[in-house]
Write a protein that binds this ligand. Structure first.
Ligand SMILES: NC(=O)c1ccc[n+]([C@@H]2O[C@H](COP(=O)([O-])OP(=O)(O)OC[C@H]3O[C@@H](n4cnc5c(N)ncnc54)[C@H](OP(=O)(O)O)[C@@H]3O)[C@@H](O)[C@H]2O)c1
Length: 311
């Protein structure tokens, strides 16, 4: 059986990341179908000049899923974190329909990193890790898989508006965790889209592998310096310790508030000594033919668009 992938079904292709993946797949020459929930209120994006069919699928119905997967070489799940538990039924239906490659909804923390299951973030991501385990258990059933960790998404609109990077240009403030020198991996969503497209373009090179990619590694202090240089304005800096952020997360968890994920995410990536920057040896960028991007150019492009560059 040929391993070539031509047809791809994307679940969650209307979402925050999914739209970028769909666009990259279309640019990559794949025939794409977006699967969407019946009654979904997600706006249907335009992929002009391409046209993409939307197929409504009841994710709780194995036969509905099987029908939707007929003739699809690959399935890419970009489902929202809150609903990734739907993936077991989806994987089962993909196996039954003869899908060759499954890409599960990972796209963040490396859930396969040694010891991650003993950390708070790892505990909260046990579900995601379990689906990769499940895919591994299905390797003998004709389906193969590729997982992709991407670090934190780097969307300047959010990163520079009091997002996880702690920089808040509008209010002239920055919240720096510990020393602010810890580098973390960050990916533009367009970069993640290209990575998925390259994974499917090279099915033999990426079969049954968990890969990691990032547009670049960056620290809070580097980001702060770039922003201050480009805007010509100093931000008011507040320092917080990762221990305090961890405690805040623990208190939230005690109350059953799972938004604690954000606190643990900050600690996982930004705390001194976190050690989650993507090293060259672990990065799949070369394997996938992806270039490392220039964080300064990305920030400059955003600030220019917003009219915030220093004169
Ligand atoms: N690394 C990072 O910084 C970062 C940040 C955000 C997300 N992520 C990861 O990226 C992946 C995708 O996240 P996202 O933010 O792109 O997701 P999203 O935009 O919130 O949702 C993606 C799609 O999931 C479907 N969906 C939403 N609620 C659903 C429900 N209750 N039942 C079934 N389907 C539902 C919707 O598609 P339809 O309405 O068309 O059915 C939606 O467009 C996740 O694995 C997430 O953890 C990573």
């Amino acid at each position: 059986m040929s391993s070539t992938i031509n047809t791809v079904a994307v679940l969650g292709g209307t979402g925050n990341l999914g739209t970028h993946i769909v666009r990259a797949l279309l640019v990559g020459g794949f025939t794409v179908t977006i699967l969407t929930r019946p009654g979904s209120t997600s706006p249907r994006p335009s992929f002009s000049p391409y046209t993409v069919p939307f197929t409504e699928v009841d994710y709780s119905s194995p036969s509905s899923l099987r029908d939707a997967f007929q003739g699809q070489d690959a399935v890419v799940s970009v489902l929202a974190t809150a609903v990734v538990q739907e993936q077991k039924k989806i994987i089962d239906a993909a196996v039954e329909a003869g899908v060759k490659r499954f890409v599960p909804s990972e796209f963040g923390v490396n859930t396969r990193k040694a010891g991650i299951e003993k950390t708070r973030i790892g505990e909260l991501l046990a579900g995601k890790r379990g689906f990769v385990d499940y895919l591994i258990s299905k390797e003998g059933d004709g389906i193969s898989w590729t997982g992709l960790s991407t670090g934190l998404f780097f969307d300047p609109v959010h990163v520079l508006s009091n997002g996880l990077g702690g920089i808040d240009i509008k209010n002239g403030k920055a919240t720096i965790i510990d020393s602010g020198t810890e580098p973390w991996p960050a990916s533009l969503r367009s970069h993640v889209g290209r990575a998925v497209s390259e994974i499917l373009r090279h099915p033999d090179l990426t079969r049954n592998q968990y890969l990691s990619t990032a547009s670049f590694n960056v620290s809070q202090n580097q980001l702060l310096k770039i922003v201050e240089e480009l805007t010509g304005k100093k931000l008011e800096v507040a320092n917080v310790s990762s221990k305090d952020i961890f405690k805040q997360g623990e208190e939230k968890l005690k109350r059953g508030d799972y938004s604690a994920f954000v606190e643990f995410l900050k600690v996982h990536f930004l705390a001194d000594g976190a050690g989650n920057a993507l090293g060259e040896e672990e990065s799949a960028n070369e394997k996938l033919g992806l270039v490392t991007e220039d964080v300064r150019a990305v920030v400059k492009g955003y600030l220019e668009g917003e009219g915030l560059l220093a004169a």
